[in-house]
Design a protein around this ligand. Structure first.
Ligand SMILES: [Zn+2]
Length: 106
């Protein structure tokens, strides 16, 4: 297990996880269950971890492309709505992070 990215909030962490999973990289989100009982820690600090350390470099490059928006440009940056669950998704996602439904080709 290796930490790949510290997300600003749970939604971002899950978006990144879904993105990595869609590229064959097993990832998991940690930290979302922190409660206010932890004092100074914000409740929504999340990080994305990858299960297989040997995929770290690949995951890191995918993440950089993801964060820089190159994938958004590739897909025209068009936001879409998941036909499976109705989730609103940003243009860079090729599948729904919520239910895993593939982006419809239009
Ligand atoms: Zn969905």
């Amino acid at each position: 297990m290796k930490q790949l990215h510290a997300a600003r909030h749970a939604v971002e962490a899950h978006l990144i996880r879904g993105f990595l999973m869609s590229h064959g990289i097993t990832a998991e989100v940690r930290g979302e269950y922190l409660t206010s009982g932890w004092g100074e820690l914000p409740t929504d600090v999340c990080s994305v971890w990858i299960a297989d350390d040997t995929q770290f470099t690949e995951a890191d490059e995918l993440l950089k492309a993801f964060l820089s928006g190159s994938l958004a440009r590739q897909y025209g940056g068009q936001a879409w709505t998941c036909p499976g669950c109705g989730e609103k998704l940003e243009g860079q996602f090729t599948e729904c992070w919520s239910c895993g439904h593939a982006r419809p080709t239009t």
